[in-house]
Design a binder for this molecule. Structure first.
Ligand code: SAH
Length: 393
């Protein structure tokens, strides 16, 4: 089974980038089942890679291997073992029992995300290829990690592009509750793996939440897009004077309140506010409110570069308002998880927000996703989370 590429379209594969777009393909030798394994051949018939076939997606094939080797259960076992070994070296489990075990393309298994929440794995299959091998991979995860419960959260919108329906539910083992506490830097968080965002928690921000905590003491903190309170809990635990948490999701705020109680934190220093950050920041500005530390961790405004222009305006808007609300010497922790906006563009947007707000600001730190979300050098798209810490002059 093979796919022959158009002349000169093998270049990205020679650079070991794992995606083949429909436009690069000259010929598909037969009708392949969605997700089945195919050889990718150059226009001259030379073997380039072995990949999964995705007939409905613009990304028509995703590479499993650039070697002429079988893609079978043992192949995936090697990949899973390698991913586990990387996490063991990182020692993420020394300060959290929740971390990303498999980060899709960057761990050599395109389309597959597996997050570990102590004794439960949450699996997200996003592509035809990962779907094809899902049962085998589930068996391997149990064999290689010793974790017997796997919950599936294959309900991300991108599955539609692959012609896949959403699937959620228990894939292996049993669960007595969908909500259970995990630990991050000695703080507890109730995570709802069935209804929460992504696989339940934004694991990628773990180190950045800790960083905010370290600088929150005696400060008035505003946490925008707070979800279940990650940054707020760290700030309260570190002695923030006050924390105001804003999110549009009532369910997320309810979990936040639980998380405050779970950690025995001073509830009188905290306020939850349900609403739209864009509107509330304007209200705060009009009411002359001010803060010492502001966190902006919005959802993905630009999933791809096609959304970059509109998203840039949204990022600029909230950053501009945040600069205005900050006291002199105050800190802005601002993030973008948009694949369509790279680090350089994000910095430009924040700079232009400061300029229009009429403030001087200095970057004191560049931030990214935690190291349990590694980035393959051949797949720069794997680096999606950008963050800046700015001091207002
Ligand atoms: N900082 C969080 C993750 C934030 S995810 C953590 O560390 O866990 C983004 C959050 O933004 C989600 O909870 C979503 O409900 C919220 N959200 C999306 N659009 C919003 C809006 N316009 N106003 C307020 N909240 C919004």
């Amino acid at each position: 089974m093979s796919i022959t590429l158009n002349p000169n379209r093998e270049k990205s594969l020679l650079r070991r980038h794992p995606w083949i777009f429909a436009s690069a393909i000259r010929h598909v030798d037969e009708t392949h089942v969605s997700g089945s394994t195919v050889d990718l051949l150059s226009s001259e018939g030379q073997f380039l890679a072995r990949a999964s076939y995705s007939p409905n997606s613009q990304i028509r094939a995703r590479v499993w291997t650039f070697n002429d080797e079988p893609v079978d259960k043992e192949f995936f076992r090697k990949r899973i073992r390698a991913a586990i070994e990387v996490r063991q070296q990182l020692k993420v489990d020394s300060h959290s029992n929740a971390y990303r075990l498999l980060h899709a393309e960057s761990d050599g298994i395109p389309g597959l995300i597996v997050d570990r929440y102590e004794n439960v794995l949450v699996l997200q299959s996003l592509t035809a290829g990962s779907e094809f091998w899902k049962e085998t991979i589930a068996d391997l995860l149990v064999e290689e990690t010793g974790v017997t419960t796997i919950y599936e959260r294959s309900d991300a919108d991108v599955r539609e592009l692959e012609g896949l329906q959403p699937i959620t539910g228990i894939l292996r083992g049993t669960l007595s509750s969908f909500i259970f506490p995990i630990t991050e830097y000695n703080l507890k968080f109730n995570v709802d793996i069935a209804h929460g965002h992504k696989t339940g928690f934004y694991l990628d921000q773990r180190e950045n939440r800790h960083g905010v905590g370290e600088l929150s003491k005696d400060r008035d903190v505003l946490n925008c897009f707070c979800y279940t309170g990650g940054f707020s809990i760290h700030a309260l635990a570190s002695g923030a004077k006050s924390v105001l948490s804003v999110d549009s999701s009532a369910d997320a705020l309810a979990l936040l309140e639980e998380n405050i109680a779970l950690n025995h934190l001073p509830a009188d220093r905290h306020t939850s506010l349900e609403g739209d950050v864009f509107q509330l920041l304007r209200k705060f500005r009009d009411a002359n409110r001010s803060f010492d530390l502001i966190v902006l961790d919005p959802p993905k405004f630009a999933p791809t570069a096609a959304h970059a222009e509109k998203a840039s305006r949204a990022y600029k808007d909230i950053n501009l308002l945040a600069f205005k609300l900050l006291r002199h010497g105050g800190l802005l922790f601002t993030y973008s998880c948009s694949g369509g906006i790279d680090a350089a563009l994000f910095q430009k947007i924040v700079a232009s927000a400061a300029l229009d707000a009429g403030v001087d600001a200095t970057i004191i730190e560049h931030l990214s996703q935690g190291s349990d979300h590694p980035v393959s050098l051949h797949f720069p798209e794997g680096m999606y989370l950008k963050g800046l810490v700015c001091v207002k002059g």
